[in-house]
Design a protein around this ligand. Structure first.
Ligand code: ZN
Length: 455
């Protein structure tokens, strides 16, 4: 429950708002909303009950993660999956993931959300596409745990319908029928998709990828998304293997395929979006299709480098995602912002990509990718989603520009995190949650899942 207490978060050491407004005096938060931005050497006009000094902290909008697979935190650094490209990596892991059950999935969800919060993330998207017979309510668990932990959720109902026997990649035991997928998608949207401003829970429809679902399911999902007015999400153009698969299976390139199934629209955001040519980038931009850039995952699997700048110029919103923890292998959003800055410098040169670009991708860019206009910047009327960082570790010692230092010196843990006006992290610790217990249960779940794969 959000209290209506009014607080002045005063005089930050440095602040990135994502707007041009002078916010050096801090901001005033009332309930779930930012009600005033305070310029340098000023007092708020709004009467406040509490004043929190941020003179030793760097303030940014809460980071927004637009692509993840929480369950993959259970298969981090798994020896059998090390040092592989995407397709063999997936083929090694599918049989392990096929043994998910409610208990291990809940432990993974809790751990992933805890890790995200501690890294300054306030909105978390997840792409869950594994629904073995005993885990058909995986998204229900995620909503329940996310609400308990106070994280803003953009969950996506994933799916796989193209098993090995039909020429797809996943084993048959983890694919579902199209009817089951669509019926459950509709149920989840009706139950959990809150369209109101400052909504804490939204649902999108998300067939896993062209190589794991049928063309009919892609098409019917787009029709359903239109009917229910929700967003669409999938993996696309992650690797050359996938491009070859698309050409072989459908006789066309990935963007042509996307268009042919009714997905080339501003309702869609794509995870990775790496292997596009110039003309395809133009078409994606004109359609307003969003892209979630996942730098660590792309480096880990050597998938390639997303054309972030060209996509933005063309008109595509670009955000960031940590991707599943088995290909990252951590869920740390502030580190991901740093990785984005560095990998994009490899493509465009160091003077063409600034720390402000990277902050933009992880905040307002990500908000646009999720189709939201109430999060992603610190401005009057926006949600009170805020992350602060202290520069008190040896890695920051003597740093000159605090906002640049956060990324250049490698911040990895937030000092405090507010979601919808509520503190969820204080003094670098989760508020009201026992991280030791969360980790204990998660480690046990990871060991259980690995043991099942061997048995
Ligand atoms: Zn992914």
């Amino acid at each position: 429950m959000s209290t209506k207490r009014t607080t002045w978060l005063a005089n930050p050491l440095a602040i990135f708002t994502g707007t041009d407004e002078d916010a050096r005096g801090g901001l005033v938060v009332s309930g779930p909303v930012i009600v005033e931005i305070v310029p340098l050497n000023s007092e708020p006009v709004t009467p406040y009950e509490e004043k929190v000094y941020l003179t030793d902290q760097v303030v940014i909008p809460g980071l927004i993660n637009t692509h993840h697979h929480f369950y993959q935190t259970l298969t981090r650094a798994l020896p059998a999956a090390l040092n592989k490209e995407l397709f063999p990596w997936l083929q090694t892991l599918y049989p392990v993931w096929a043994n998910l059950d409610p208990e291990v999935h809940r432990a993974a969800t809790r751990l992933a959300l805890a890790e995200l919060l501690l890294s300054g993330c306030t909105t978390a998207s997840d792409h869950h596409y594994l629904f073995p017979a005993n885990l058909t309510d995986a998204i229900d668990h995620q909503v329940e745990i996310g609400s308990e932990m106070g994280v803003r959720l953009a969950l996506t109902r994933g799916s796989m319908s193209l098993g090995k026997y039909q020429g797809g990649l996943p084993p048959n035991s983890v694919v579902q029928t199209e009817q089951a997928i669509l019926a459950d998608s509709e149920r989840l949207v009706a139950k959990y998709h809150d369209r109101s401003r400052f909504s804490m829970s939204q649902i999108a429809l998300a067939p896993c990828s062209p190589f794991s679902v049928t063309t009919e399911l892609m098409r019917d999902t787009a029709i359903m998304a239109e009917k229910l007015d929700v967003r669409l999400h999938t993996h696309l153009a992650e690797t050359i293997d996938e491009e070859n698969f698309c050409e072989k299976m459908f006789g066309m390139r990935t963007v042509d395929y996307l268009e042919s199934v009714g997905w080339l629209s501003n309702r869609t955001w794509l995870a990775h979006g790496i292997h596009f040519n110039e003309a395809e980038i133009k078409r994606l931009g004109q359609a307003g299709t969003g892209v979630c850039h996942c730098p660590s995952s792309n480096m880990m699997l050597a998938s390639g480098i997303c054309h972030v700048k060209e996509l933005e110029v063309a008109g595509s919103p670009v955000g960031l995602g940590v991707d599943g923890s088995a290909s990252n292998d951590c869920s740390n959003m502030i580190q991901e912002v740093r990785q984005a800055m560095y990998i994009q410098r490899l493509r465009y040169g160091s003077s063409a990509v600034t720390h402000f670009d990277a902050y933009r991708w992880g905040t307002s860019g990500s908000a646009k990718v999720l189709g939201r206009d109430d999060i992603g910047t610190l401005a009057k009327g926006m949600a009170a989603d805020i992350a602060t960082f202290k520069l008190d570790e040896p890695r920051f010692s003597g740093a000159h520009d605090p906002l640049a230092a956060l990324l250049l010196c490698g911040a990895h843990r937030a000092e405090s995190v507010m979601v919808n006006g509520e503190w969820r992290v204080k003094s670098g610790e989760l508020v009201g949650m026992d991280i030791e217990q969360i980790m204990y249960e998660h480690k046990r779940a990871a060991a259980t899942l690995a043991a099942r794969a061997i048995a």
